[in-house]
Structure formats: structure tokens, C-alpha cells
Design a protein around this ligand. Structure first.
Ligand code: RUB
Length: 325
């Protein structure tokens, strides 16, 4: 993949990134992680002080602001973790050297993210056969990468995309597919069971995968997976390894973001009614056939191994970013 899949450029500032992630102009777990890396790089470049300790604190304080923008996608925390741990591992060096190396780490994460999506597209496309009908939910660039790869290989495929209430990310998915020449049909979320008999494979993305193999993704993902399971349709999750959560190894639960009621309905029309708007849900591993990562197609039960191999000993992100660490 190249940078054109993102809706921000190399000049993205820390404040701009925070604002655009919060208001969901920059959204989707992978894109959020890449935006955070670019913003932290620019924040690092702007450091004017003269001590390594002050630079370390400058990077950490920027990272804390970025961390506070959206709670569920662990990719955000993992991008910060990658950069800050790399910074902490540096031997005593000058401010200039450290600044340059932190910026390299941010670039490294960015490149790694784009490359991971290519590898996932290659691996995932192997599972798509000529003539398949694929169902996808919400808008996952990683899942879309697989579908577009299969299409570019000349496979004759058809996609059913859910609308994904309340923010309608399905519009983004369906128009991207239509633009690429992939036959696509948009359905309301509640029509998934109606159409499942026509579906050969379900492909969705992930915001976070926990150590027990549960996949946290856009609200409704677990219903899609349950319906697919009932119909014996395989469910594939496309997720880079930085979407696995090291903190779940420490017993922490993934925080599910609940957004404003106004996204669901004009609340003035329903006085006295409490509107609930969770943005994500968790799908248990039993309803997932495989997770496609850049290190291979794995069962969800292999999440523990991925976390240990990719992240080593777990330090909670809040501790890693604490002042004076
Ligand atoms: C987006 C969503 C996507 C994942 C994976 O939710 O649930 O499926 O983030 O996306 P939101 P990607 O719109 O609330 O951010 O594969 O692009 O990382």
C-alpha cells in the first residue's frame, strides 16, 4: 500500500491529529495508528530544548495527548508504544541524534504498517475463490485490501457491504469497491441474516484482538459473525499484529467507546428516551475461523503467541508514557 490510502499528509501536526481522530475525520484502526506516528514525528521535530530528558518528556507528553483521543483501537497505543520503547532503548546520545532516531522510529512504524497491509492482502486473497460472494462490515482498509487484491488477480467476485449504522462507514467501503470496478451491493445492517445464504466468506477488520482471541471491531461485527457461524460461512479477520493487545495479558478489558446519542438520532425527537451508542463489540474466538496477519493466517487462539512474540514483556501504556519515566 502507499500513503494515498490515508487522508492526511506528512505535515500532520499533533493538535490536528488529535482533533481529526476525535471527530473521526481520521478513522479506522490502521489509519489512526499511522496518523499518530506521523503526528508524533512532527511533534518530535519541533522540539527546541537542549536536554535528552526534556526531549523524552516532550515525546511522552505528545503521546499522552494522542492516547486520549479514542479509547478502543489498540493500534493507537501500540504505535506510541513502538516509538516510546524504541526511544527508551537508546543509549546516551545527543539531543540531535535522539530527535533523528525517534523520527526514524515513527517512519519505521508507518512503513511497517503499509507493508503489513500488502502482505495481508496477498495472504487473504488466497482464500477467495473465483465466483465468491464476500460480505464485509464497516470500513476496514485491511479487509478491503484483500478484496481488491482478489479482484486484481482477475477473480470474479461480488461484495455485500453493510451500511454500518450509525456513521455509515459502509458508504465508504461500497463506493471504494464500485470505483475499483468490483460488483457491490449495500444492505442495511439488519439484512445480514437475510443475505447470508448467498455469502461464501465474511471478511472484516479489527480494532483490537485480545489475548484470548476475541476480536473487537465495529458494533455489529459479533452479530455478523454469529449469523455466519449459524450458516457455516467462514469468518476471516484482517488485522496487522499491532492490533493485538498486550495489555489484555495483564487482565485488562478492552474499553468499548460509547459515542454521543446524537449520532443515532436527533434526540429532540425522542424526549425521555435514553439512546445508547456503543461503537464496537467483541466477537468471541469461536465465531472466527482465521485471522490474517502479516506473519501469516493464524487461528484466533494464537493471539497469545503473537502478543508475546511481537511485544515481549508487557508494560501498561499509561506507565510507559508517565512523566519522568
Ligand atoms: C472502524 C472499524 C474497522 C477497524 C479496522 O471503526 O471498526 O473495521 O478499525 O480498520 P471506526 P482498518 O470507523 O469507528 O474507526 O483495517 O482500516 O485498520
Amino acid at each position: 500500500m502507499d500513503k494515498s490510502i490515508d487522508n492526511f499528509d506528512d505535515s500532520l501536526s499533533l493538535n490536528e491529529a488529535c482533533e481529526r481522530i476525535e471527530n473521526m475525520d481520521i478513522r479506522g484502526a490502521g489509519r489512526i495508528a499511522r496518523a499518530v506516528a506521523v503526528a508524533l514525528k512532527n511533534h518530535t521535530a519541533a522540539f527546541k530544548g537542549d536536554s535528552v530528558r526534556a526531549l523524552s518528556e516532550h515525546v511522552r507528553s505528545g503521546a499522552r495527548k494522542l492516547l486520549a483521543t479514542r479509547p478502543t483501537a489498540v493500534s493507537l497505543a501500540n504505535a506510541l508504544r513502538y516509538i516510546v520503547r524504541g526511544m527508551d532503548a537508546m543509549d546516551a546520545i545527543s539531543v540531535d541524534e535522539m530527535r533523528a532516531k525517534v523520527m526514524d522510529l515513527a517512519d519505521g512504524f508507518h512503513q511497517r504498517s503499509l507493508k503489513a497491509m500488502d502482505t495481508i492482502a496477498d495472504i487473504g486473497a488466497e482464500r477467495i475463490r473465483d465466483g465468491d460472494t464476500i460480505l464485509t462490515h464497516c470500513n476496514s482498509t485491511t479487509a478491503l485490501g484483500i478484496i481488491l487484491k482478489a479482484h486484481s488477480e482477475g477473480k470474479n467476485i461480488r461484495v455485500i457491504a453493510t451500511e454500518s449504522r450509525p456513521r455509515h462507514q459502509g458508504y465508504i467501503t461500497s463506493s471504494a469497491l464500485a470505483e475499483a470496478g468490483v460488483p457491490v451491493e449495500l444492505i442495511v445492517d439488519s439484512a445480514v441474516r437475510y443475505f447470508m445464504p448467498e455469502v461464501d466468506i465474511v471478511i472484516m477488520g479489527a480494532d483490537t484482538i485480545s489475548a484470548n482471541g476475541s476480536v473487537v471491531n465495529k458494533i455489529g461485527t459479533s452479530q455478523v459473525a454469529l449469523i455466519a457461524h449459524e450458516a457455516r460461512v467462514p469468518v476471516i479477520i484482517a488485522a496487522e499484529t499491532y492490533k493485538f493487545s498486550p495489555e489484555t495479558l495483564l487482565g485488562r478489558l478492552v474499553e468499548i467507546e460509547e459515542r454521543e446519542p446524537q449520532e443515532v438520532v436527533d434526540t429532540r425527537k425522542l424526549p425521555g428516551v435514553r439512546i445508547r451508542n456503543p461503537a464496537f463489540d467483541a466477537t468471541p474466538k469461536e465465531y472466527i475461523d482465521a485471522v490474517v496477519t502479516e506473519v501469516g493466517m493464524i487461528p484466533p487462539t494464537a493471539a497469545y503467541n503473537v502478543i508475546v512474540e511481537q511485544f515481549g514483556p508487557t508494560i501498561p501504556i499509561q506507565q510507559l508514557l508517565k512523566e519522568g519515566e
